[in-house]
Design a protein around this ligand. Structure first.
Ligand code: SF4
Length: 197
């Protein structure tokens, strides 16, 4: 960051004044809380849950005219009572980030470049490949030894070991329920969750 001589003097003056006021016993935290209050005064607050981990801290998202202006810990939330860890405190940049991907990217087998695709194309492609892999690697029956008799028997297993599923902390309860239901329906046995590993 470039600082001119003029802005350097202004900054030093402001810092010195703050230190002097603090030395004189003025509580500056209230003043800075008030300045922040002004910034979000006309913004609409929407409560949400931090997507990063299973602690599930509450966050207030502020938007003004459709634009995200602030995100901070929800003081009324029973889990975090207004506090956030460093990841949660940086949640603002999940939305306001020039590097954020807004469209699915696809890299064809053997290709060295990514292509933008729409969701419809992408979901179709994922479904097609998941089905193909599952069907080509599906086990209907397995021969096992029955412990009671010591004899071999064929049992129905209806499973595939060719696909694994890893859930993420950004999924809520209902999404996790639906996801595992779909995966078990397809015969997957390797079903894990990021918060458990
Ligand atoms: S703020 Fe930190 S501890 Fe709380 S849910 Fe987010 S990542 Fe987890």
């Amino acid at each position: 960051m470039q600082i001119s001589r003029r802005s350097f003097l202004k900054l030093s003056g402001a810092t010195t004044l703050s230190v002097m006021l603090a030395d004189l016993g003025f509580d500056l935290s209230q003043a800075s809380a008030q300045v922040r209050g002004f910034k979000i005064k006309s913004a609409k607050a929407t409560p949400t849950i931090c997507p990063y981990c299973s602690v599930g801290c509450g966050i207030l998202i502020y938007n003004e005219n459709g634009k995200l202006v602030n995100a901070e810990g929800d003081p009324d939330h029973p889990i975090n009572q207004g506090s956030l860890c460093s990841k949660g405190a940086a949640v603002y940049q999940l939305h306001e980030n020039e590097r954020r991907l807004k469209k699915p990217l696809y890299r064809a087998p053997g290709s060295d470049k990514w292509e933008e695709k729409d969701w419809e194309w992408m979901i179709e492609k994922i479904a097609e490949r998941a089905k193909k892999t599952r069907d080509a690697n599906f086990t209907v029956k397995e021969t096992v030894t029955v412990p009671q008799t010591g004899q071999a028997a064929d049992i129905v297993v209806n499973r595939t070991e060719a696909i694994g599923c890893l859930g993420g902390a950004a999924l809520d309860n209902e999404e996790c329920y639906l996801l595992q239901k779909l995966m078990r329906g397809m015969g997957l046995v390797y079903i894990e969750h990021q918060a458990r590993i």
